[in-house]
Write a protein that binds this ligand. Structure first.
Ligand SMILES: [Zn+2]
Length: 203
């Protein structure tokens, strides 16, 4: 790449692309990224051109995510895709502004810690996701079908688990079997739902 004129000091052919270590800080902690940028040899003016701009934004956002222990942009995409939700659905469910989720998922901006907590709950518990979708009044047939499928899968998982539990009481009296079934159901349903959601993610 040929050197260009500096817009800051006016020196001709003094601006060249350089990769320099850049410290990124968040909440008192920091990390170093390799930052591709244009630098003037004469006055030191720094600028970003073309693809450098989004590269810089993404690398800085990814570094903050790592420092803060936030979900990565790819993880956000996988969580949303698991439930067949749209980016605009996520924005309504989390009560963020328009295009906010889009920027998070593209990696340009890191999500807040509060949003990250809620997204983790959504990822882990499909019932939370479904209820947030319903509360926001979102009509998304694909997502609804996905939640119905997870529910159906969860039912099979919990049925099998409860059946295995009750096999130990085959010869017991009906009252004990009923109590046992109720206790087993109480603990099994939530786990089954989570297992079914995890399967949906792997699929
Ligand atoms: Zn200069």
């Amino acid at each position: 790449m040929t050197a260009e004129r500096c817009v800051a000091c006016g020196e001709p052919s003094s601006v060249l692309e350089k990769v320099v270590p850049l410290k990124v800080e968040s909440g008192g902690k920091s990390t170093v990224i390799q930052d591709r940028r244009m630098v003037c040899d004469k006055c030191g003016n720094v600028s970003y051109v073309g693809a450098q701009i989004s590269e810089h934004e993404r690398a800085a956002a990814a570094a903050i995510r790592e420092i803060e222990g936030l979900l990565s942009a790819d993880e956000l995409q996988r969580i949303r895709a698991k439930y067949r939700l749209k980016q605009t659905d996520m924005e309504q469910m989390l009560s963020t502004g328009p295009k906010t989720w889009t920027r998070w998922e593209r990696g340009k901006v890191p999500q807040s810690k509060a949003a990250d907590k809620l997204i983790r709950l959504i990822a882990e518990d499909p019932d939370v996701a479904r209820r947030l979708m319903e509360q926001a009044g979102i009509d998304n047939p694909e997502a609804s079908a996905t939640f119905a499928q997870i529910e159906a899968d969860a039912k099979l998982i919990s049925r099998a688990a409860i059946r295995a539990e009750l096999r130990r009481f085959q010869d017991g009296d009906i009252e004990r079997v009923v109590d046992r079934a109720a206790d087993a159901a109480f603990e099994t349903v939530r786990d089954a739902r989570r297992q079914a959601a995890a399967r949906s993610e792997a699929a």
